[in-house]
Structure formats: structure tokens, C-alpha cells
Design a protein around this ligand. Sequence first.
Ligand code: G3H
Ligand code: 13P
Ligand code: ZN
Length: 321
Amino acid sequence: MPLTHTKDLFAKALKGKYALGAFNVNNMELLQAIVEACEEEKAPVMLQISKGARQYANPVYLKKLIEAAVGLSTIPIAVHLDHGDSFELCKDCIDEGFTSVMIDGSHLPFEKNAEVCKKVVDYAHKRNCVVEGELGMLVGAQHDDGEEGGGYSKGGVYTHPDEAVEFVRATGVDSLAVAIGNSHGAYKFKGQQHLDLERLKAIKKALLDAGLGDYPLVLHGASSVPKDLAQEINRYGGKLGEDTAGVPEADIEVARRVGCTKVNIDTDLRLAFTAAIRKCFVESPKEFDPRKYLAPARAKVKELVRHKVKNVLCCAGHAFD
Ligand code: G3H
Ligand code: 13P
Ligand code: ZN
């Protein structure tokens, strides 16, 4: 089966009122875990690739790995650039056949963000590719802190509903990542802090009232950072802080019902992968065949993805709608 267009996945997700899992891919085992889990759960899926993943694994390897995964499965699969930080990177991915790209200008002033976003949209739409923009600023680092820097915001800059409307109108962007107190990584909240789900509802309503329809919103930083995974990592020699915290799954559930069509998850996959490898290293210190620790790591990520698509995102069973 060839790639499925992000546009088609969005349309079906909005109609079926479920969220698409957008899972980050960095290597073969993660890819296999995600796709096998979604195949077994009959869930459509978005595979997303960051600039860092392209640097780590090489774009050609990633493309070929994804081709293999798509060829071996029957579910709809879309491929998305996560946190594109320049027009040039987005252009490369569009030219390589990604079905969607994100241009993340969220650390720029509104006009500059809109300008680069519109430039990507103009290029992408002529080539049948859809674009995700971001308005507001997530707490912490925005994306890969390479030489250009990714921007950093201590408290975050929350997305304003009216500005969201203005941004979508000015750029023609197809989906919008929102900042509602969300952040990347394993240390998301302190104390009583949590997602501003009322703001999410207000953004969705403002877009609807402005005639932009059931507009697809995107939730970055959607890992739940399960305590059992953090504890397992530490039990087997890891040193994660006591203050790891993620988005409660109940909040993701609300976000899904409000209309977050794409939910980005990376950290939870990393935690599951690391927990399984650490366990093998401690329990079988004489082992040095990478397959002996990569296979359990892959199995643990698969189990996690099955849980997400079935119990949190509710996209399981929708692959052939
Ligand atoms: O939001 C960022 C994703 O988790 C990708 O992270 O830039 O380290 O690949 P990365
Ligand atoms: P997490 O760090 O919460 O997994 O977020 C991933 C993400 O937003 C990728 O774009
Ligand atoms: Zn993100």
C-alpha cells in the first residue's frame, strides 16, 4: 500500500472524532514497533521525522525503512516532518514525498512566523503537500537547538484564539499546533500546573466561528511520562529526576474530544525503549548481542503504542473506515 495522504487521514479523523497518533521515528526498531502496533490495532498512523532524526539516521535510510514498513502493512500511513525550522528543510521533505510538513516559526514574532509559514504553504500546496504551523510558544526548548537555536521560553507563550484565526487566514496553513501550557520531554509540569484545556476549546470555537470549519489542531508534547517507566529506568541504574511529569491521559482524552486531530508522542517511546534496554543490561550483563536487548525494547514500545491508539487516541479500529 502506498503512503496515505495526511489530508485524507485528517478528514477521516475529524469525521470519526478520534485523534491520530503522530509518533517520532529515529531507527528501525521504533518504526517497526509503531507500525506493527497500529497494524494489530487497525489504526491509521502518522510517522514523524525531526531534523535530528534525519541527521541521526540519514534521510535515505529513513525513506527506505518507511517504504519497507508501508509495503509490509495494510494500514494507512502518512509521513510528516516534525518541527521543520526552515523553508529549505520543508522544501527538501516536500520534494522527497512527505505527505505533510511542519514549519515551526513559533519562536518568531507573529509577522515573521506567518511569512515563513505562508512561503512553505505556497510551495507545499502546489505539490499536494499539507502544512502544519505553530502559534504561541511551548514551555522550554522549541525544537533541536542547533546552530540557529530553537528558541526557549521559560513559561511559554499561550496561543490566543483571535490570533490563531488571523494566522490561519494569513497563511492558509492546513493545521495548527497550539501552545496551551504543553512542553516537550519528561519534565512537563511543576505543582498544580497543567494544560489549559479551556483555551483549547476557545481556539477551536474561534476558528469555527470564523468560518474555518472543524479545523485540525495539533497537540505537541503529548507524552504522559508514565511513572512506572520512569521508575523502571531508575530501578535499573537510570537517574531520572523525581519530578518527571507528563500530560495525564484523561487530558489527552479531553483534547481529542475538543478537536485535537494530531497528537504528538515521542518521549514515552524513548522511555519505554530505554527502560527495556536498561533492564536487559542489568539482568543479563554478559549479553552483547544487540538483538537480545533491542527486541525487548521494540516489544515494549509496541505495547505502549497499542495502549495509546486503543485507550487514549481512540483511533484503533478506524484504519479501513
Ligand atoms: O518535539 C520534538 C521531538 O521529540 C523530536 O525530538 O528533535 O530530539 O528528534 P528531536
Ligand atoms: P513529547 O516530548 O511529549 O513526546 O512530545 C513530542 C512532540 O511534540 C514531537 O513533536
Ligand atoms: Zn513537538
